[in-house]
Design a protein around this ligand. Structure first.
Ligand SMILES: [Zn+2]
Length: 220
């Protein structure tokens, strides 16, 4: 993976609307942007406003910038800004993993920016289950998620959804539900679910079936 320094801030035009500004030791971000933005484009996702990806130097500067102290967290996104810890701190720091991670975080920004201003996006209170599921699928991160049969077995024990303290189960469940939705109904369905939930629908109402039925039946 590229570690050569780049002069930053560095503004990169994208194929999905607004520019991305890279701040910090982000040559790997510049390398990853074409593949990452192509993933978003395949799902009709766009950046409405110029957006910034900041590579923090270390955990303490990441925590200071984001307030996020969950030890496993390597990225944190708000309406138009992504904070990332350096790839040297990632479990998988291959270029392919970087493409997917950048796609995942830019997907968050695209979903929120589609809701309007930062205040409008925050007011929509999109559930983490929806944004993480959609963005994990857009970024094609299934191979790094807990396998579907294990997620289903845990779900059937009544396991509670907790993205901070039980992230493997939570991200795994969200991924596999939205992967099933994609396989069943196609890529535009993901944005439709986001829109319906943003308009106030409960997640299960928007999905039309329970998460367990999506996992068990594929196309309930
Ligand atoms: Zn995420």
């Amino acid at each position: 993976m590229g570690t050569a320094p780049i002069a930053t801030p560095c503004t990169i035009p994208t194929s999905i609307g607004a520019d991305v500004v890279v701040v910090g030791a982000g040559s790997f971000v510049v390398d990853a942007l074409p593949a990452a933005t192509a993933r978003l484009a395949a799902f009709g996702l766009r950046l409405a406003v110029p957006s910034t990806i900041v590579i923090d130097d270390d955990v303490s500067s990441f925590v200071a910038a984001t307030g996020q102290t969950t030890p496993t967290r390597r990225a944190w996104s708000t309406w138009n800004t992504v904070h990332l810890l350096p790839p040297s701190t990632w479990a998988d720091n291959t270029p392919a993993a970087a493409d997917k991670r950048i796609a995942h975080e830019l997907c968050h920004l695209a979903l929120w920016q589609a809701l309007g201003t930062k205040a409008q996006a925050e007011a929509a209170h999109l559930p983490r289950f929806v944004v993480e599921g959609v963005c994990s699928v857009v970024a094609d991160q299934g191979s790094s998620r807990l396998p579907k049969d294990q997620v289903l077995a845990l779900l059937q024990t009544g396991r509670r959804l907790d993205f901070d303290d039980d992230s493997a189960f939570a991200y795994g469940l969200a991924h596999h539900v939205f992967a099933a939705l994609l396989a069943c109904r196609g890529p535009r369905e993901l944005q439709r679910i986001v829109d319906v939930v943003a308009a106030g629908a409960a997640v299960q109402e928007a999905l039309g079936s329970s998460p367990s039925r999506w996992l068990e039946e594929g196309c309930p």
